[in-house]
Design a protein around this ligand. Structure first.
Ligand code: FPP
Length: 265
């Protein structure tokens, strides 16, 4: 008898770029879902002799042009790692500043997001935020609910392992039997339920690690690292990252049709 792994391999579909989109800007294949670790704000500021807060402010202001460029390319989902469950350990002043920036971002950008057909979604522990900000975020989510051009998933007080723990708790609370739990069950209980997995994860700032970002969802994502600090990551960097993605061969553990050998006779 064949093992289930062998059976799966025999019937494995040829890898397809099912979710990919043709960019109206470049004419190339671009991902449906891009997720970004926005790193390097502090170093951007230090390099200029400025306080770290100035880097976070510049990083927040950069979000608008990044959204616009991904919209140009017809990318449908953009996930931004703004504040992790671990970022709470930073000095209180810095944490408070980033929290205020989230409020400012929503105040300043909501109208523009809405006008551009962007839907806002929050991933993470909304309840960790001060009440006034929870209300702000909730209102922005409600007001943009009907928008379909791009979904902006903002991760704030989000951690990938925590996401899985929360999903496990929900599954246990629902009383599911072990054999009722599949990969789909887990996916359906994550903060990202209903959102396709990221095709491309970009990290700015030069480090090459995932830092607890979408650890379940990014299992088959293409990874792209750039030395640009987040406040500098602009249109050209996005075009380069997407062109790089367009050259990747995604196999999802299977084989591409072109790599399958003809049977020997
Ligand atoms: C990493 O840079 C960045 C963060 C921990 C915060 C990212 C936050 C923003 C871009 C602004 C907040 C966004 C919204 C929407 C409010 P770092 O501080 O680790 O930089 P470094 O590695 O150079 O020190």
């Amino acid at each position: 008898m064949r093992s289930s792994v062998e059976a799966q391999a025999a019937s494995a579909p040829v890898a397809e770029h099912l979710g990919d989109i043709i960019s109206p800007v470049s004419g190339g294949r671009v991902p449906r879902h891009v997720a970004i670790i926005m790193d390097g704000n502090g170093r951007w500021a230090t390099q200029r002799g400025l306080p770290r807060a100035a880097g976070h402010r510049a990083g927040t202001e950069n979000i608008r042009r990044v959204i616009e460029r991904f919209c140009d390319h017809a990318v449908q989902h953009l996930t931004l790692y703004a504040f992790s469950t671990e970022n709470w350990t930073r000095p209180t002043r810095e944490v408070q500043y980033i929290i205020r920036l989230l409020g400012r971002f929503i105040r300043r950008e909501l109208e523009n997001l809405d006008r551009n057909g962007v839907r806002l979604v929050h991933l993470g522990h909304l309840e960790d935020l001060p009440g006034w900000l929870q209300a702000h975020v909730t209102r922005a989510i409600e007001e943009t609910r009907g928008n379909t051009r791009l979904t902006l998933n903002l991760c704030f007080s989000y951690g990938g392992r925590d996401d899985i723990v929360m999903a496990m708790r929900a599954i246990a609370a629902a009383g599911l039997a072990p054999d009722q739990i599949s990969e789909e069950t887990v996916s359906a209980h994550l903060y990202t339920a209903g959102i396709p997995d990221p095709d491309l994860v970009i990290r700015t700032g030069g480090d090459m690690r995932i830092s607890n970002f979408l650890v379940w969802q990014a299992a088959y994502a293409e990874l792209y690292f750039t030395d640009s600090y987040w406040p500098d990551f602009g249109r050209e960097d996005i075009d380069i990252a997407l062109a790089d993605y367009g050259r990747r061969k995604r196999k999802f553990g299977g084989l591409l049709a072109e790599d399958i050998e003809a049977p020997r006779t």
